[in-house]
Ligand binder design. Structure first.
Ligand SMILES: [Zn+2]
Length: 316
């Protein structure tokens, strides 16, 4: 313990003292490269960029996540996944952004853009400017990972990423984290089995299942959170982190031909999500078949099989 304490001191407050890292296993902290942008000195950032030119931008919000979870779940979850991925694959992680499109009509929920508003007036321009500044500072790939996923939030994030990829000439991926884990059974939920399991693995001290009481639970969507487990969370985390790490390594090296194939597939996905509800006013229409049609999205993305993503989009 003494030796570990000594090394942590050597690494300094940035590595030892934050809420986020205090919840990660100590082995994840000791000896690991600092990847949080806000804790880097210029020299460390420049070295990190030479090794891997990817920057992660985690997104979330402040939103009711049941009585058993913390209000900032979406952003702290996305941030932790990005930190793990950057440590594994390379790159740095920008501070998480708390604020997005929509949120439940429940207490303690901050709604910056209306729930189904794909014409986001706040998140979209903020993301655009972040991407422009990241590119101007020399990053060669951007991964925007949203842990908050109303339908419009998902569309705004992916659409902005597509447009910024084209405008800036570097790959920008904008996706909810669950799209990278559809093939291991996580199809996205709200404070239910999936999100709660992820938190039980990433931040075990923040989950208190004993507070749940009996169903119906307030403000929860998906499988019974009482079925959550840290083991399920670990399995989902490992799948997401491994794919993000692969993408962080590879995206800055893509040539324009690869970039174009990536953007074409992502643009097809956005177009499908926007056009499917036409006339029905049901923004979630394009998610009916996500679990089956897009099951291999994460795998195909990491393996740069963009034509297969594009073909799958047609089945949404
Ligand atoms: Zn959530």
């Amino acid at each position: 313990m003494a030796q570990r304490f000594g090394r942590r001191r050597f690494l300094g407050a940035a590595a030892a003292g934050t809420l986020l890292d205090s919840s990660l296993p100590s082995a994840e902290i000791v000896g690991q490269r600092e990847v949080r942008l806000e804790f880097l000195h210029p020299k460390e950032l420049e070295e990190a960029k030479v090794a891997c030119g990817t920057i992660f931008q985690p997104l979330g919000t402040i939103e009711w996540h049941g009585v058993h979870n913390i209000l900032g779940l979406d952003a702290v979850k996305a941030h932790a996944l990005c930190l793990h991925a950057a440590r594994k694959g390379g790159g740095v992680v920008a501070p998480p952004l708390f604020g997005g499109v929509g949120g439940l009509s429940e207490p303690h929920t901050f709604i910056m853009d209306p729930e189904d508003d794909v014409f986001s007036k706040h998140l979209r321009p903020w993301l655009e400017q972040l991407c422009r500044e990241m590119a101007r500072d020399g990053f060669r790939a951007i991964i925007i990972l949203t842990g908050h996923y109303g339908a419009a939030q998902q569309i705004v994030v992916r659409e902005t990423a597509v447009r910024m990829s084209r405008a800036l000439g570097i790959p920008v991926l904008g996706t909810p984290e669950y799209w990278l884990a559809l093939d291991v059974g996580y199809t996205g939920d709200h404070a239910a089995w999936g999100e709660t399991s992820l938190m039980m693995h990433l931040f075990p001290n923040t989950v208190d299942l004993a507070r749940l009481g009996n169903p119906p639970y307030q403000g929860i969507g998906g499988r019974d959170p009482k079925e959550s487990s840290a083991e399920d969370g670990r399995r989902i985390t490992e799948t997401i982190v491994s794919r993000l790490a692969t993408l962080a390594q590879k995206m800055p090296t893509w040539n324009y031909e690869t970039l174009d194939r990536f953007v074409d597939a992502e643009a097809a996905l956005v177009a499908r999500q926007l056009s499917t509800p036409r006339g029905k006013k049901q923004i979630w229409t394009a998610w009916r078949n996500v679990a089956t049609a897009m099951r291999d999205y994460g795998k195909h993305l990491a393996e740069e099989r963009f034509d297969e993503i594009k073909a799958a989009v047609a089945k949404l």
